[in-house]
Design a protein around this ligand. Structure first.
Ligand code: 3DU
Length: 407
């Protein structure tokens, strides 16, 4: 079973409890979303390499053996060969060991080969990052099926994805570092990754299957809704209509990186068609030291009233961060509030107080409960997206994770 080049979640199985691993594998078999399982060394060392076949049988999903192989060609090839024989559909090796190792594993021809190009941890900047562009080029030229790039460094994902895909358009990109290591679901995918890797945020969750499905839906949200020009226009229409309906007054519309960026552009454009012609801009994630100044792109002026747009709101922390940046750039900047497509209704009282402290009123087009109620047992294009089972899971999730005051 080869991995397809498509969007999905790779669930990292780094737990040490074999029984729990098999239980989660069984659960993922029927989970809603596109999932792959990656077995790491902590589990393999406890359970033995036979765990690969057991997990594959239980889940019926593609299995990656993440041995992060980094030895001489002869030994690397033997490790990879054992993993394929044990049921792995793909193996992960380190790219920094060089092209002879990469080729030795590739010539086995027993399954996909995925190479680590750059890593998420700070130490990766010491030796690996300076060589990452060259590693990327080498692994893509060798014809490997996949590469690993760090989701915690979106600019690096963007640059390195461009390099590998210039050499090989079919190569898939997998990006770890989601949630526990700080990246948000979707950050890597909007920058060119195909799969995002999630470990602890799933297997340490109270309900791992539900956590996997929730993260999958977060990854797929607005990027998916805006896949074509026509769809993007519908989304922009909905934002612009809501702004008019609420009568929000503002001078400048700001898109929070990353998903807010196209939104700010599209909404500003749509509003201009209704003679509401405003300045707009967006976050620059990495500060530029020349040319256009610093942290944003766009013309923010002293005294501006700013409307912030983004796709969803969970805790509001990224919106506050964006606002503080804008407020520190110009004098007397005022807030017109935040407009999102979906309020996930997960904000705690402390989160709400934080928004109130900065006078950031929250507006949304839809609330998550409204979406589920609308979709419940409703057939759309021949498909029911929210059946009774899913509604039950959603309510359970809501009861468990959403602060009391909102239930
Ligand atoms: O942080 P998490 O628990 O979601 O696990 C991340 C997984 O991705 C874990 O299996 C780790 O070995 C792998 N990984 C990185 O975290 C960072 C890298 O640069 C490469 C792989």
């Amino acid at each position: 079973m080869r991995l397809k080049k498509e969007k999905g979640i790779i669930v990292a199985f780094d737990m040490e409890d074999t029984e729990f691993a098999l239980e989660l594998a069984r659960d993922l078999r029927g989970a809603r979303g596109n999932f792959v399982i990656k077995v790491g060394r902590p589990l393999e060392m406890r359970a033995g390499i036979g765990i690969l076949a057991q997990i594959k049988d239980a889940s019926e999903l593609p299995i990656i053996y993440d041995g992060k192989i980094a030895d001489i060609p002869y030994i690397s090839q033997r490790i990879a060969s054992s993993a394929y024989d044990a049921g792995a559909d793909a193996v992960i090796l380190h790219g920094f060991v060089g092209s002879d190792v990469v080729k030795a594993v590739k010539t086995l021809g027993k399954g996909d080969v995925i190479a680590v190009v750059e890593m998420t941890h700070p130490g990766s900047d010491e030796f690996i990052q300076p060589a990452a562009e060259r590693i990327a080029m080498m692994v893509a030229r060798t014809g490997l099926e996949g590469v690993v790039l760090p989701a915690t460094k979106p600019e690096r994902v963007k640059n390195l994805a461009r390099i590998v895909q210039r050499e090989n358009a079919y190569i898939y990109i997998i990006a770890p570092g989601i949630k526990t290591q700080g990246a948000s679901p979707g950050d890597a995918i909007v920058n060119g990754a195909d799969y995002e890797v999630v470990g602890r945020a799933i297997y340490n969750a109270e309900e791992p299957k539900l956590a996997a499905e929730t993260i999958y839906s977060e990854v797929m949200d607005i990027a998916d809704a805006m896949r074509t020009g026509g769809d993007a226009m519908k989304v922009a229409n909905a934002y612009a209509a809501r702004i008019k309906e609420l009568g929000i007054e503002f001078d400048y519309i700001h898109g929070v990186a990353y998903k807010g960026i196209p939104l700010a552009a599209l909404v500003a454009m749509r509003l201009s068609e209704w003679e509401i012609n405003k300045r707009w801009g967006y976050d620059r994630k990495e500060e530029k030291r020349y040319g256009e100044e610093g942290a944003i792109v766009g013309e923010l002026r002293d005294g501006d009233t700013v409307l912030i747009v983004d796709d969803v709101i969970t805790t509001g922390a990224t919106k506050v961060e964006s606002w503080l940046k804008l407020a520190s750039m110009r004098r007397d900047v005022k807030s017109a509030g935040i407009l999102v497509a979906v309020d996930r209704e997960e904000m705690s009282d402390a989160d709400k107080k934080m928004l109130a402290r900065y006078h950031l009123s929250l507006y949304s087009i839809l609330k998550i409960t409204e979406i589920f109620e609308f979709l419940h047992n409703r057939e759309i294009d021949g498909k029911v997206y929210v059946d009774d089972g899913m509604m039950h899971d959603f309510k359970q999730y809501f009861r468990q994770y959403v602060p009391e005051t909102q239930c």
